[in-house]
Design a protein around this ligand. Structure first.
Ligand code: FAD
Length: 461
C-alpha cells in the first residue's frame, strides 16, 4: 500500500486527490496534458465559473484547503428569474443563512489547489505530458511528452485516472477489459458568453444570485465573477428549427434571437454577436460505466468515472466527494484492489442518483420554474421543513446543503416528497389553504426521520 501513486490529470479532481494522498504521507506524481494554468492563460478572456456547494466545501475543508479557496467565493442566495417582459422574481435556495451556493472561477480554484499541493507537499505536476493509451497486460501507461514529441512508458500501478469525461483510461478499460460504458449525449449544447463589469467595477445585475432566463426548450443563465463581470451560458438545442445553435450563424440571427428572447440582457452585453460567433459550442452528457477499476492497477475518479450534465451544479462537487471517500477507503483498506472495489460499490449508487437528478433539474430550470405551482410547492416544502425538520428537507437542499445525506437517499426521499407536495397542492392555490393536520399526517406517515437530522442554524424569517 505504500507504493508511489500516479495521478493522471491535474484538473479539479486530480489536484484535490493529490493533496489528500500527500496528507497521508504518500508519494504522488501527477501528469497533465495541458500547460500549467498558473503560467499560461488558456482560456484567454474566458472566466468560466462553477457553483460550489456543501459537498464540495466539506471535501475541501477535510483536505485542509478550504481557507485558501474561501476568498474566491461569491455567495448566491437564490435564483433570480427573468421573464420575457423583464419582470424579476427571486426564489431563495434555502431558508437558513448558510443555505447558499457559491460562484467560483474554475481556473482560480484549480490554481489554488495546485499552489496548495506545491507549497505544503512539494507536488509539482509534469505538464504537457499526455497519456496516449494503457497496456493493462504489460502494466504500462504510454505517455507523450508534448514538448519533445517523445513517447515513454510509465509503470501503471497504482494509477488514479482523473482525466475527465473523455478519459483515455476508461476507453482502455473498455477496449482491453470489456468494461461496459455508455455515454448519453444531450441534444442540447452550451455556449459561454460575458456580461462585462459596470463602469465603476460593480456587477450590473444582482451579484448574490444565479440568474436564469427560462424559456421552455432553452435557457440562459448567469453566474457572478469576482471582477464584477458575469459568465453567461446559453443552453440550446444543437439543431432543429430557428431556436438552435445551427440556426444562429450570423450577426443578424444572433441579434434577433437575443432581442426577442432575452431583451433585458442585450444592452448589458455590447459585444454579444461577435463573441457568440467566436465561441465554441460545448457538448454535455452522462457517462455510465459498469466498473471503475482494473484490479490494483487503476481506478477512475471524478468525471472520468461518472460525468454528468451540469444542471444541478454538482459535477465538481461530486468529484470532490469522490476524493474524500477514496482517501478514507485507502486509509482503512488492506490493499489497493479492495479499496478501489469498495470505492465503486459505495459511489456508484450515489453518482447514478445525482446523474438522474441533474437531468431532472434541466427541465425544472428551463421550464417548471415558470409553472405557478412551482412557487407554491417551493413555499410548501419550506413550510414542511419548518414543521418537520427531522423528516422533510427539500430535495434541492438535501443535495446542495447536506453533505451528510448521500445523493441516493436524497433521490429516494425526493420521490416520496414530490408525491407529498403534489397531493397537498392539487386543490390549493396558497400554503394557507392547506390544513396543517393534513400536512402532518402525510409527512409523518410517509417519511421516516433522517438518521442525522439535527437542524443547523436559525430559519430566515
Ligand atoms: C458547462 C458546465 C458547467 C458546469 N457547472 C458546474 C457547476 O456549477 N458546479 C459543479 O459542481 N460542476 C459543474 N460542472 C462540472 C465540472 O466542470 C466537472 O465535474 C469537473 O470539472 C470534473 O473535474 P475532473 O477533474 O474530474 O475533470 P476535468 O475538469 O475534465 O479535468 C481533467 C484533467 O485531465 C487532463 N487530461 C485529460 N486527458 C488527459 C490525458 N490523456 N493525459 C493527461 N492529462 C489529461 C485535462 O487536461 C484536465 O486538466 C460543469 C460542467 C460544464 C460542462
Amino acid at each position: 500500500m505504500k507504493r508511489p501513486v500516479t495521478i493522471l490529470g491535474a484538473g479539479l479532481s486530480g489536484a484535490l486527490m493529490a493533496i489528500y494522498l500527500a496528507r497521508q504521507g504518500r508519494q504522488v506524481q501527477v501528469f497533465e496534458r495541458r500547460p500549467d494554468l498558473r503560467k499560461v492563460d488558456m482560456d484567454a478572456g474566458r472566466s468560466i465559473n462553477l457553483a460550489l456547494a456543501d459537498r464540495g466545501i466539506h471535501a475541501l475543508r477535510e483536505a485542509g484547503v478550504f481557507a485558501d479557496v474561501e476568498p474566491l467565493l461569491i455567495p448566491m442566495r437564490g435564483r433570480t428569474l427573468h421573464a420575457p417582459d423583464g419582470t424579476l422574481t427571486f426564489v431563495p435556495y434555502g431558508q437558513r443563512p448558510h443555505e447558499v451556493i457559491h460562484s467560483v472561477s474554475r481556473p482560480g480554484l484549480n490554481r489554488v489547489l495546485l499552489d496548495h499541493a506545491r507549497r505544503h507537499y512539494g507536488i509539482e505536476p509534469r505538464f504537457l505530458q499526455a497519456a496516449r493509451t494503457l497496456d493493462f497486460e504489460r502494466d504500462e501507461l504510454v505517455m507523450l511528452d508534448e514538448v519533445s514529441g517523445d513517447t515513454y512508458t510509465q509503470p501503471l500501478a497504482p494509477l488514479i485516472a482523473a482525466d475527465g469525461a473523455g478519459s483515455v483510461v476508461r476507453r482502455a478499460m473498455t477496449g482491453q477489459l470489456g468494461v461496459r460504458v455508455t455515454e448519453d449525449m444531450l441534444e442540447h449544447g452550451y455556449k459561454e458568453l460575458t456580461l462585462p463589469t459596470g463602469r465603476d467595477g460593480s456587477h450590473r445585475i444582482e451579484r448574490n444570485a444565479l440568474h436564469i432566463w427560462p424559456r421552455g426548450g432553452f435557457m440562459l443563465i448567469a453566474l457572478p465573477n469576482i471582477d464584477g463581470s458575469f459568465t453567461v451560458t446559453l443552453f440550446l438545442a444543437l439543431k432543429g428549427g430557428a431556436e438552435s445553435f445551427a440556426a444562429l450563424d450570423s450577426r443578424e440571427t444572433v441579434d434577433a434571437f437575443f432581442a426577442s428572447q432575452f431583451p433585458d440582457v442585450v444592452p448589458l452585453m455590447p459585444g454579444l454577436a461577435r463573441e457568440f460567433l467566436e465561441r465554441p459550442v460545448g457538448r454535455m452528457g452522462t457517462v455510465h460505466a459498469d466498473a471503475w477499476s482494473a484490479g490494483e492497477a487503476a481506478v477512475l475518479l471524478g468525471d472520468a468515472a461518472h460525468a454528468i450534465v451540469p444542471f444541478h451544479g454538482q459535477g465538481m462537487n461530486a468529484c470532490f466527494e469522490d476524493c474524500f471517500e477514496l482517501d478514507r477507503l485507502l486509509r482503512s483498506a488492506s490493499d489497493w484492489r479492495s479499496a478501489f472495489e469498495q470505492f465503486f460499490q459505495l459511489r456508484k449508487p450515489d453518482t447514478e442518483a445525482i446523474a438522474a437528478m441533474a437531468l431532472e433539474n434541466f427541465l425544472e430550470m428551463r421550464d417548471t420554474v415558470r409553472d405557478p405551482k412551482f412557487m407554491l410547492r417551493k413555499e410548501l416544502s419550506f413550510e414542511l421543513e419548518r414543521r418537520h425538520p427531522e423528516r422533510f428537507i427539500p430535495r434541492y437542499s438535501m443535495v446542495m446543503f447536506h453533505h451528510e445525506i448521500p445523493y441516493r437517499v436524497a433521490f429516494e426521499r425526493g420521490r416520496t416528497q414530490t408525491d407529498v407536495l403534489a397531493r397537498l397542492t392539487t386543490a390549493a392555490d396558497a400554503v394557507a389553504d392547506i390544513p396543517t393536520a393534513q400536512m402532518d399526517t402525510l409527512v409523518t406517515g410517509l417519511l421516516e426521520p433522517l438518521p442525522d437530522s439535527s437542524s443547523r442554524g436559525q430559519w430566515i424569517e
